[in-house]
Design a protein around this ligand. Structure first.
Ligand code: HEM
Length: 489
């Protein structure tokens, strides 16, 4: 009674579960919101599930009612078995989550994130140089940038090669395993938790996850120990890990909690940042002539050809800022709004009951492609951010989520996106690649991965320095940056 509207369940037992498409479910969710309204009810097995499709409803439910809509559903395989309940991102609201969240806030709030601008600037200079050398490998270079920033900030050491670096390989193995088991419906135990009481020999799925847990704990502890050794010899640059170790008495975190907390920025911050930069490149290939000339005019007037844009130019570059916002809006990387929330009490939204225990999904695909807020939503048009609009929240888009779960890395992330977009547009002509006959190669702006983070599938793009002066500056800045980067080895 009074539940939000939604499609009829297929059966009492599975509810709507078998109606959800395996591929890109966010598109189906969007069509449901178009049909039934901004808040839709689905019954996933026995769990009530709420799909939110507008920014206004998401703000009312997840921000204003955040005291009761900020928990997480149970993740039996990913959180309880694989991670021994030590990953804050999947954790229910409670003392463990608060400790973890406080630590992240301290190290990634705006003021602290501003102290990471120097490393972001240096890594971005290397990225610019790499693009002059091997432009076709732009995705790899962007991934290296995003990974190195996150690993420097977390452990105080750089990443030179995303294919062979040990931290990267081990973290990626964990992330891949986590993604492969966190698929709704894949394991019966997620809907029938009583299976947890079966003996080990009847539960091979458990043994596999426990083996991965052992590997994770070994390398995550090893990485923390490396920082400890450097701290003892006075060689540890400031880092998230060092701070957690130094403040152990204050933050009350034990060794393993610290080890897992340090895995957080990698898991949450690399694919999201690199994927957003890839979406920007796709927008350049698809819509470049409609916005690049204006952006370059602004950069030429404010920055000129004799130096690269810096963080200090930010206030003077309103159109570049608009491009950053439009990049995050146009193709939201956390396409389903990140990890779902859970209601810890009944609440009522516009007369509709959201029952206690509901899983709540803010479908960013629907929210950002809602033509009421963003007319012609699939067109990449930074102009929509050039004047303040009536839209809830501080960013004028919803890319970083809501309420107590709002992305703690939002400042680090937006600084990365800004500095790279400003420099890419300043230094390069970015346009459609051409085939052997000189014909432009079209790109598909819907060709994205199906994963938890949705990122563009590989596409060709032409990246060439705007002039010999720009190229010389990119080379000179990179040379100087390499000297400064030696401090992080
Ligand atoms: C463009 C880049 C990024 C985007 C678009 C993004 C987006 C998001 C979104 C939508 C959420 C879910 C919020 C919610 O549940 O309502 C989230 C959560 C989170 N993000 Fe980010 N993020 C980005 C980069 C980063 C970075 C660099 C970090 C590094 C610290 C980070 C750390 C986290 C963490 C730890 C959470 C979970 C918070 C919690 O469960 O309490 N993110 N992010």
């Amino acid at each position: 009674k009074n539940l939000p509207p939604g499609p009829a369940p297929s059966s009492w037992l599975v509810g709507n579960r078998n109606q959800v498409p395996n591929m890109k479910p966010w598109r189906w969710f969007q069509s449901l919101n178009e049909q039934y309204g901004p808040v839709v009810y689905l019954q996933m097995g026995r769990t009530p599930t709420i799909i939110i499709g507008t920014a206004q409803a998401a703000w009312e439910i997840l921000e204003k009612k955040s005291p009761v809509t900020s928990s997480r559903p149970r993740f039996i395989m990913g959180q309880e078995i694989l991670s021994n309940n030590l990953r804050g991102l999947m954790s229910e609201v409670g003392p463990f989550w608060r400790r973890w969240r406080r630590a992240l806030h301290q190290s990634f709030m705006q003021k602290t994130s501003d102290t990471y601008k120097p490393i972001q600037s240096l890594e971005s200079k290397q990225l610019m140089y790499e693009l002059t050398q091997t432009p076709a490998k732009y995705r790899e270079h962007m991934e290296r940038y995003a990974t190195s920033v996150v690993v420097v900030v977390t452990y105080g050491r750089r990443v030179h090669d995303v294919f062979n670096d040990e931290v990267v390989c081990l973290n990626r193995e964990t992330q891949d395993f986590l993604t492969s088991i966190n698929i709704p419906g894949k394991y019966l135990v997620e809907s029938v938790p009583a299976l947890l009481y079966l003996p080990n020999f009847l539960t091979p799925w458990r043994s596999e996850a426990l083996k991965q847990r052992e590997r994770d704990q070994e390398y995550l502890t090893r990485l923390v120990n490396e920082v400890k050794v450097k701290m003892e010899s006075g060689r540890a640059p400031h880092s998230f890990c060092r701070q957690l170790l130094e403040e152990r008495d204050k933050n009350g975190m034990d060794e393993m909690e610290i080890a897992y907390a340090c895995a957080t920025p990698f898991g949450a911050g690399v694919e999201t940042s690199a994927g957003s930069l890839s979406s920007f490149m796709l927008a350049c290939a698809a819509f470049g002539p409609s916005f690049i000339p204006k952006a370059q005019k602004e950069l030429d007037a404010v920055v000129g050809p004799d130096r690269m844009p810096t963080f200090e130019d930010f206030e003077e570059l309103p159109f570049i800022r608009a491009i950053v916002n439009e990049t995050l809006r146009w193709r939201p990387v956390a396409v389903l709004g990140g990890t779902p929330h859970k209601a810890t009490d009944d609440l009522v939204y516009q007369g509709m009951l959201i029952p206690k225990g509901s899983t709540i999904i803010a479908n960013l695909w629907g929210i950002h492609l809602n033509p009421v807020d963003f007319p012609d939503p699939h067109i990449f048009d930074p102009e929509r951010f050039m004047s303040k609009r009536d839209y809830p929240g501080p960013w004028q888009h919803s890319s970083f989520g809501y309420g107590r779960r709002v992305c703690p890395g939002q400042y680090l992330a937006s600084n990365s996106i800004y500095i790279n977009i400003a420099r890419l547009l300043w230094g390069f002509n970015l346009s459609k690649a051409r085939d052997e006959n000189g014909k432009e190669i079209d790109v598909d702006t819907f060709a994205y991965t199906d994963g938890f983070n949705s990122i563009p599938l590989p596409f060709p793009i032409s990246i060439t320095p705007r002039s010999a002066t720009h190229l010389a500056i990119i080379e000179r800045e990179n040379e100087m940056a390499q000297e400064e980067l030696k401090a992080y080895a």
